[in-house]
Write a protein that binds this ligand. Structure first.
Ligand SMILES: Nc1ncnc2c1ncn2[C@@H]1O[C@H](COP(=O)(O)OS(=O)(=O)O)[C@@H](OP(=O)(O)O)[C@H]1O
Ligand SMILES: Nc1ncnc2c1ncn2[C@@H]1O[C@H](COP(=O)(O)OP(=O)(O)O)[C@@H](O)[C@H]1O
Length: 198
């Protein structure tokens, strides 16, 4: 394409991980608006941080105010949003960080392309599974109400599709579980993968 040569640096991912004492990881939360992605990403991050891990949360709302401020919610803009976030998560992984990405990421092919950026074991997909009526009843930001009034076009679950993951590493029923139960379920998986002390 262009005349680009990736640089080799003196400090590798493995050297960073050895210095800090744990591996990097990408934990990707997908689900409807209000399904619990941000809540769980924040809670898991806090617990990992207190256990001495280097962490960072990438979240739809904050990324869309900066890096992706030029993007809206059309299918092609969501596609570009998830592509950029996937690439950013890859950079964070090289930096050795445990990255918690919380994006609706409604389309299966976009999520698959993100997954393909990573080696097995470096990427965990967590489906925050709650029916749209539960998310709508929560209406954390009042967006469902606006979407039903026709004030927000292409709103996921109302006027834009959400394709549920078929084989995520974890599917969490956030409609039935408490936040604490969901955090424990995630930590059980992380501990099986050698992360955190619980
Ligand atoms: N049309 C439409 N559809 C869905 N969501 C909308 C829309 N307009 C604004 N918002 C707000 O944007 C947040 C979702 O951004 P994402 O980057 O996660 O979306 S996507 O993955 O590109 O589909 C989403 O945040 P969460 O509620 O945390 O999911 C909303 O606050
Ligand atoms: N098991 C659970 N996991 C995550 N959130 C839950 C759970 N049970 C109830 N909730 C509530 O659901 C809401 C989810 O909102 P939020 O995390 O902003 O969702 P999202 O980031 O997916 O839009 C919060 O008010 C949270 O307290």
């Amino acid at each position: 394409m262009m005349n680009l040569t990736p640089s080799g640096f003196m400090v590798s991912r493995v050297m960073r991980e050895e210095l800090q004492g744990h591996r990097g990881l990408v934990i990707w939360f997908t689900g409807l608006s209000g399904s619990g992605k941000s809540t769980l990403a924040r809670a898991v991050e806090e617990k990992l941080h207190l256990a001495g891990c280097r962490t960072f949360v990438l979240d739809g709302d904050n990324v869309r105010l900066g890096l992706c401020r030029d993007l809206g919610f059309s299918t092609s803009d969501r596609h570009e949003n998830i592509r950029r976030v996937g690439e950013m998560a890859k950079l964070f992984l090289e930096a050795g960080v445990i990255t918690l990405a919380a994006f609706i990421s409604p389309f299966a092919d976009d999520r698959q392309r993100v997954r393909a950026l990573f080696s097995a074991g470096d990427f965990l997909e967590i489906y925050c599974n709650a029916p749209v009526d539960v998310c709508e009843a929560r209406d954390v930001k009042g967006l469902y109400k606006k979407a039903r009034q026709g004030l927000i076009p292409e709103f996921t679950g109302v006027s834009s599709a959400y394709q549920a993951p078929v084989a995520p590493e974890l599917s969490i029923d956030t409609a039935r579980q408490t936040v604490d139960q969901s955090v424990s379920t995630i930590f059980a998986l992380l501990q099986r993968r050698g992360f955190g002390s619980g």
